[in-house]
Design a protein around this ligand. Structure first.
Ligand SMILES: Cc1cc2nc3c(=O)[nH]c(=O)nc-3n(C[C@H](O)[C@H](O)[C@H](O)COP(=O)(O)OP(=O)(O)OC[C@H]3O[C@@H](n4cnc5c(N)ncnc54)[C@H](O)[C@@H]3O)c2cc1C
Length: 391
């Protein structure tokens, strides 16, 4: 039997987050849009984020996926996806506090004290730095070099598009430590404090995110700051990237639900030629197609999350969810803008804001083309069989 129903706990979590988004986040949207129209930095400011996190914490919403032994909620991946869907209903990029990058759990005990625990507590901020000007999709082509000198490593190179790179006080930096082995045993991940001397420059983008380019010039890093094993950094990088592939489309799915609700509401009230536009088949089909795609995306996201939760190899399912989510979210926001006519194109409504932000989903953490490459390769090499999803 296949059971598509939520558990009581999942329903309670979903309802709590839904109420939090409706009561605490959505009322801030107009103010955020107004500030953005006035040229102020996009999104929530630091005080708003801190206040909201503390508020959620009072209801024990803290560290959604952080293991219980680290003070978190230790929720399973399916529940985490359900939370992301709810948070996605606002364009405000809010995350509950108490989280740390999954690969920081590979730290040794001493590193955990210095990096993992303060990150969970919100006292330190990390960034994940693999992409370089000459190595994006082809991450194995990184050239940032770390050369050993006694008890330290000397790092030289440039990273780009690093989310949180301007605010982070330490970076998880991937550098080549053995050029002969490259990604196969010759890339190492280093925990590099900002005080070690790396610099960052913000990159302006069409969305809320302001990633950074980072420059490492003869930055000296103690040997004990290697995360995981020397030479095994590429596996850690893939683990970090692989983590988010179902959560990103989950968030986009929430945005699509909100947008479709807006389109339904608007089409019922907007009249042209003596009738609501909802009466026109052209509009109905846009609504129907969007709903169909939203429901298909929900199954793909939750299926990928379920595979993660039962410990199956979820890469294929995650690539499918990420690809479909990116493509369909962009189509849906475009339709919803179309249904709103000129109003959809203004900065009075959040639609154009969703429109700009959702475009990123087709680019970062594996572009559409790279997801297609993965999906096709799995099939062509026989790792995955057509029609074998359910075993
Ligand atoms: C806002 C933002 C935040 C980011 N945050 C981070 C971060 O925190 N940390 C980090 O390390 N990186 C980050 N990135 C980098 C991101 O992961 C890369 O931009 C992405 O992997 C694509 O790499 P690229 O930009 O170099 O494009 P390229 O790899 O140069 O690709 C250019 C185009 O060619 C296509 N292409 C490439 N190879 C193939 C192929 N084999 N077959 C067919 N088509 C192909 C791509 O799909 C794309 O359309 C971020 C990027 C952005 C925009």
């Amino acid at each position: 039997m296949i059971d598509f129903s939520l558990s009581d706990e999942q329903r309670a979590v979903r309802d709590w987050v839904r109420t939090f988004v409706e009561r605490e986040l959505m009322p801030l949207e107009n103010d955020v849009l107004r500030r953005e129209r006035q040229g102020q930095p996009p999104g929530l400011n630091a005080e708003e984020r801190t206040r909201l996190r503390e508020l959620a914490r009072k209801s024990d919403f803290w560290g959604v996926e952080t293991p219980v032994e680290y003070g978190g909620m230790g929720l399973d991946p399916v529940t985490a996806a359900i939370i992301e869907i709810e948070l996605g209903r606002t364009f405000l990029t809010f995350k509950f506090g108490g989280e740390a990058d999954n690969i920081l759990y590979h730290a040794n005990e001493e590193q955990k004290e210095r990096y993992l625990l303060p990150t969970i507590a919100g006292e330190r901020r990390s960034c994940f730095a693999i992409t370089e000007p000459g190595a994006g999709s082809d991450a194995k082509a990184i050239r940032t070099r770390a050369v050993r000198d006694g008890d330290t490593w000397v790092v030289n190179g440039e990273k780009t598009f690093i989310t949180g790179g301007n605010e982070a006080d330490f970076a998880m930096v991937f550098a080549v430590t053995d050029p002969d082995r490259g990604a196969d045993g010759g890339v190492t991940c280093f925990l590099v404090d900002r005080e070690a001397g790396w610099t960052s420059e913000p990159i302006d983008t069409m969305g809320e995110r302001r990633p950074a380019s980072l420059v490492f010039q003869d930055v000296r890093v103690p040997h004990e700051n290697i995360l995981g094993e020397e030479g095994r950094g590429f596996e850690l990088a893939m683990k970090w990237i692989g983590k988010g592939r179902y959560l990103l489309p989950a968030r986009a799915l929430g945005g699509c639900e909100r947008l479709l609700d807006m389109a339904i509401e608007y089409s019922r009230t907007r009249e042209t030629f003596g009738a609501p536009i909802a009466d026109r088949q052209a509009i109905q089909w846009m609504i129907a197609d969007s709903q169909t795609e939203i429901e298909a995306l929900r199954l793909l996201v939750l299926h990928a999350a379920w595979q993660v939760s039962v410990g199956r190899d979820s890469r294929h399912a995650q690539s499918i969810a990420k690809l479909f989510g990116g493509v369909k979210a962009n189509e849906i926001v475009d339709r919803v803008m179309q249904i709103h006519g000129g109003m959809g194109y203004t900065r009075e409504l959040p639609i154009e804001r969703f429109y700009r932000d959702v475009r990123l989903l087709r680019i970062f953490e594996g572009t559409d083309e790279i997801q297609r490459r993965t999906i096709a390769r799995d099939l062509l090499k026989g790792h995955v069989k057509v029609g074998a999803t359910l075993g």
